[in-house]
Design a protein around this ligand. Sequence first.
Ligand SMILES: NC(=O)c1ccc[n+]([C@@H]2O[C@H](COP(=O)([O-])OP(=O)(O)OC[C@H]3O[C@@H](n4cnc5c(N)ncnc54)[C@H](O)[C@@H]3O)[C@@H](O)[C@H]2O)c1
Length: 331
Amino acid sequence: MGKILVTGGAGYIGAHTVKRLVSQGREVVVLDNLSTGHRDFARFCDFVQGDVRDPVLLDSVFSSEPIDAVIHFAAASQVGESVRNPLYYYNNNVSGAICLVSAMARHMVDTLIFSSSCAVYGPPFDCLLTEVHPTAPLSPYAATKAMIERILADMARVTPFQYVALRYFNAAGADPDAEVGERHRPETHLIPLVLQTALGQRDHLDIFGDDYPTEDGTAIRDYVHVLDLADAHIAALAYLRGGGASRAINLGNGQGHSVRQVIDAARKITGRDIPVRTAPRREGDSTRLVGDATLARELLGWRPRYADIGEIIATAWAWHSKEAARSAPVL
Ligand SMILES: NC(=O)c1ccc[n+]([C@@H]2O[C@H](COP(=O)([O-])OP(=O)(O)OC[C@H]3O[C@@H](n4cnc5c(N)ncnc54)[C@H](O)[C@@H]3O)[C@@H](O)[C@H]2O)c1
C-alpha cells in the first residue's frame, strides 16, 4: 500500500483522521497551508506546508511520495465569513479542489475521499435528511461543497477517478487521549463555545433563537464524534478499494440535540455554571438538521461508537481543559 495524502491534516477533523490512520500502520503525508490549522496537530506524520492551489508544489509531492489515495479536508469552512467574502471561498475551496484533482490526474492517483457537508441540503428540514434530499446550498460555503461534489461526479463518469463525498453533520468531541482536539480561531461551533464558557474564557454563551418550533424552542443539530468521522474516512477508502461506486454518503448520528440539551449535558459533565443569554435567530439557521446515516451503515459498515452526546462532550471537555491549562499564565 502506498501513502495517503491528507490535505488539511493540520486541522480539526484532519488531525484526528491522521492520528487514526497512523495508529493503523498507514503512512501519511499532510499538506496544509496552516491558514486555520496548527503545526502541532500534524506531528504524527510527514508534513508539507503549502497550498492545494499550488500545482508546482502538488507535482513535487506526488512525484516524490508513493501516494495512492487522497483525503481532502483542506477548505475554508465558516458560513458567515463565506457570506462576507464569497470569492475567497470559491477560490480556496473550488479552485483548490480543481487543482488537487488535476494533479491527481497528472500523477494517475485515482482515489479521493472528500469532506462535504450537510450544508448542501435545502429545505424542508423537518425530516431525517437522506442523500436523495434536494440540495440547495444556502451560503457560498455550502455552494462550494455542492460545486465540488458535482465536479467529482463529472470526473468519475469519464475517467478512472473514484471518490466518496462524505457529508458530515456537526463534527464534535476530541481524541480521548486529548493529544488533538478542536482549536478553531475564531470558534463558531456550539460545543467548544459552551465549554469555553464553562472554563470562564467567555462570560456567557449566546443562544441564537429560543422561539423555534421545537420542544424547548432552540434549534436541533446532529452531533457526530470526530473519531467516528475519522473511522468513516478509512472505511470509505476500503469501500472504493473493494469496487464501491463513487457517491455522496451522509455521516450523522441520526439523533438531534437541541442547543439547550447540549448546554444541560455540558453543565452535568463539567459541574460548572454556564451562563447563557438569548439572542435573535441568525439568518440562514434552520430549525433542525438531522441526518439519516443508513447508507453509511450499509455501504461502509459504519456505526458511530460515540453516539451519546454526554460521551462526545466529555471527550471535548478533557481536550479544552488541557488546552486551557496549557495556555494559562504560569504564576
Ligand atoms: N467541523 C465541522 O463540523 C464540519 C462539518 C462539515 C464539513 N466540514 C468540512 O470538513 C473539513 C475539515 O473541517 P475542520 O473543522 O477540520 O476545519 P479546519 O479549519 O480545522 O481544517 C481545515 C484545514 O485545511 C487547511 N487549509 C485550508 N485551506 C487550505 C489550502 N488552500 N491549502 C492547504 N491547506 C488549507 C487549514 O489550514 C486547516 O488546517 C472542511 O473541508 C470542512 O468544510 C467540517
